[in-house]
Design a protein around this ligand. Structure first.
Ligand SMILES: Cc1cc2nc3c(=O)[nH]c(=O)nc-3n(C[C@H](O)[C@H](O)[C@H](O)COP(=O)(O)O)c2cc1C
Length: 216
């Protein structure tokens, strides 16, 4: 006698929260005996959906080491509007006080596609992300908006402040009003070591006044 084993489809999903992130554990499969299930239990976790929204904050609520935040964690410089934006990764920059204003300094090489967007806007934004977005930042730092759609390729979600675009997945966003733009000049270099960073493509420095702080 030919007995066809009864097959059962099963699926289970559990949502849980760790700190501010929602995680989804799920598993599904087909078993012919219940005892098979234990051989199937390889939980797949899809995780890290941010549960909290970015909310307007104040510069006094910022607490980080700027050397790590910019130099190691990196940031996205974004400019444009709803009809077109571009973003690029940056790890050179600074924050401080100038002309009695809280400011950021960013350094953008002339060949960057983002430069035109910054030049054509009164504002730009700096978006800082948690570690899980490092791959997205690497993509934005190795591909040019001239050749691809970085928003589409990274899956990041642009949001539009009244003054500058930024990304919803960010942990911290600084909206900055341009105050100053100048190209660095070889004539002003005082230490030879600086020259090894250049092939005639001296950065444009932008000083931006921090007009809005968004944080989770
Ligand atoms: C970690 C990292 C840091 C970077 N920092 C800067 C920077 O501070 N200034 C800059 O001009 N380019 C920087 N770049 C390079 C640009 O992000 C890269 O050339 C990017 O593709 C430019 O994109 P765009 O042409 O769409 O503007 C960095 C790249 C990486 C990966």
């Amino acid at each position: 006698m030919n007995i066809t084993p009864r097959r059962t489809f099963y699926a289970c999903a559990v949502f849980f929260q760790i700190e501010n992130k929602a995680h989804l554990c799920y598993h599904f499969g087909i078993v012919s005996e219940l005892s098979d299930i234990k051989n199937h239990i390889i939980i797949k976790t899809k995780g890290g959906f941010n549960m909290s929204e970015l909310i307007k904050s104040d510069y006094s609520a910022l607490s980080f080491n700027p050397f790590d935040k910019i130099g190691k964690q990196w940031m996205l410089i974004t400019a444009g509007n709803e009809s077109g934006l571009n973003t690029m990764t940056a790890s050179w920059g600074g924050m401080g006080v100038l002309w009695n204003k809280n400011v950021v300094y960013i350094f953008v090489r002339p060949q960057r596609h983002t430069l035109g967007f910054i030049d054509n806007s009164d504002y730009f934004s700096l978006s800082f992300f948690s570690e899980e977005y490092k791959k997205a930042l690497l993509l934005c730092g190795t591909k040019s908006g001239k050749d691809c759609d970085k928003v589409k390729e990274t899956g990041l979600t642009p949001a539009f402040d009244e003054n500058a675009p930024y990304f919803k997945e960010a942990e911290t966003v600084l909206i900055c009003k341009k105050l100053y733009r100048q190209q660095l000049s070889p004539d002003s270099v005082v230490d030879e070591r600086v020259f090894k960073e250049y092939n005639d493509d001296y950065h444009f420095v932008f000083v931006g006044e921090i007009t809005e702080v968004l944080q989770r």
